[in-house]
Ligand binder design. Structure first.
Ligand SMILES: Nc1nc2c(c(=O)[nH]1)N[C@H]1C(S)=C(S)[C@@H](COP(=O)(O)OP(=O)(O)OC[C@H]3O[C@@H](n4cnc5c(N)ncnc54)[C@H](O)[C@@H]3O)O[C@H]1N2
Ligand code: MOO
Ligand SMILES: [Mg+2]
Length: 406
């Protein structure tokens, strides 16, 4: 059996990042992956402007003032933000100015209001500024023609602020990955149906659809497919043809009704992973196809399904979607507040919460059964503590490696 890190490397190497792009409006680029270099047509700041409310002056006029010997300057105009200055400042003059307003020609320094006294059309300056105080000079943050954003980054609020400022109204982004999702099993019913003895409600489909949506993919729900090889094969064929990524849950273990692995081969898939030394999620099955579709046969137990997605599908999704780096999950080392146990044979992922207590993070194990069929205590999970192979116990207070979700 492969250890999870080996499996991750093998799977990531199978992924061909999407090349197709689309051009969309600035208003809808949130959460998309940038596919172009963004270059500013403008200097930023666009022009010299004031960082404070106060008076625009010539430094030479005010450099020798003091509390005892203030300088008196004549106010020649008022420049509020958005207004173009009308007058050129001469020696002995000041312009009333506000934060963000354009600096008038002839001025080189701002005196903040708090260091002045106003006398109708005059202003008294009591303390000398530093040369160029509180002036935001044109082009000091970036110059026209400089690169602002590189392709392969995710666009969120900070990037959108940059794009808006640079007047990039249309952006080229990678198309969103299409992810086909279906559940397999004769026992499965939808949440709307009435439960009969022996049946199980299909939770995986809902959980996986939500994951893909939150990652920025296009989830395609293909429903519940019974354990009938012909029907299952047709659904798999359709999914492989239509989607970039297929996630089916169930039917990947060794039971008589576990058909996925055999059907992947019949459909011409190359199987690269048949099981991983991970708990939960051991029978993970991964195959790729000539059309670049990557197929994940995900174990059916509800926690196994989510852990498999967090640990292996999310890095694949990131690479596929055009992100240039940071595909792998992030792990941090923190103390655990509860004892963590494993049989030591598989890398064991315990679900729970990373909490900030008095300024330090701690891992809290979810209360109740850590059984891969128990999805009930998964709610509010934001981290997975990892017990390495060969370790059977991590005591409360000891450091554990924790995988961050999100
Ligand atoms: N003899 C062995 N049996 C099993 C092994 C093994 O190594 N030897 N591995 C176990 C492990 S570990 C896992 S995980 C499961 C994986 O099983 P499958 O992927 O084949 O999934 P199923 O058998 O179809 O279902 C397992 C379990 O999960 C429930 N399930 C399935 N789909 C859903 C769904 N969409 N929503 C909610 N629950 C679902 C299903 O009813 C079963 O209870 O195999 C072990 N067996
Ligand atoms: O790997 Mo299974 O996921 O132990 O339940
Ligand atoms: Mg099974």
């Amino acid at each position: 059996m492969l250890i999870p890190q080996e499996a991750e490397s093998i799977i990531l190497a199978l992924v061909q990042p999407l090349q197709e792009t689309e051009t969309i409006a600035l208003a809808s680029v949130n959460n998309r992956i940038l596919a172009q270099t963004v270059t500013s047509k403008l200097d930023f700041p666009y022009w010299d402007n004031s960082a404070m409310d106060g008076y625009a002056v010539k430094y030479d006029d005010v450099q020798n003032c003091s509390q005892e010997t203030p300088i008196i300057l004549e106010i020649i105009e008022e420049i509020s933000a958005g207004k173009k200055p009308q007058k050129v400042l001469q020696s002995g003059q000041a312009s009333r100015i506000f934060t963000g307003a354009m600096l008038p020609d002839g001025a080189d320094t701002i005196i903040i209001q708090e260091n002045t006294q106003r006398l109708e059309q005059q202003v008294l300056i009591f303390s000398p500024p530093k040369p160029q105080d509180f002036v935001r000079h044109r082009g000091t943050f970036t110059k026209a023609g400089q690169c602002l954003l590189q392709p392969g980054i995710k666009i969120n609020a900070p990037e959108i602020a940059v794009l808006a400022t640079a007047q990039l109204l249309q952006l080229t982004v990678y198309r969103r990955p299409k992810v086909a999702i279906f559940s397999t099993g004769d026992e499965l019913i939808t949440p709307e149906q009435t439960l009969q003895p022996g049946q199980i409600i299909d939770s995986n489909q809902y959980a996986l659809m939500a994951l893909i949506e939150s990652w920025g993919g296009i989830p395609i729900s293909l429903g519940i497919i019974p354990d009938q090889p012909e029907l299952l094969k047709e659904t798999m064929r359709e999914a492989i043809a239509e989607a970039d990524l297929v996630l089916s849950t169930g039917g990947v273990s060794v039971g008589d009704y576990d058909y996925v692995e055999q059907l992947l081969e019949e459909l011409g898939g190359m199987i690269h992973i048949r099981s991983v030394a991970i708990k939960p999620g051991k029978p993970l099955t991964v195959a790729n196809f000539a059309n670049n579709c990557l197929y994940f046969g995900i174990p059916g137990n509800p926690v196994s399904a989510l852990v498999s997605c967090w640990r292996f599908v999310q890095p694949v999704f990131k690479k596929l979607s055009g992100l240039r780096n940071n595909w792998r999950p992030n792990f941090i080392k923190v103390p655990t507040t509860e004892i963590l146990r494993s049989d030591g044979k598989r890398e064991t992922y315990c679900w729970g919460q990373l909490e900030l207590i008095n300024g330090s993070y701690q891992f809290h194990l979810a209360k109740g059964s850590q059984n891969s069929a128990n999805l009930i205590n998964l709610a509010l999970t934001n981290a997975l503590a990892v017990i390495p192979i060969g370790t059977s116990l991590i005591n409360a207070g000891e450091i554990v490696e924790v995988m961050l979700l999100g």
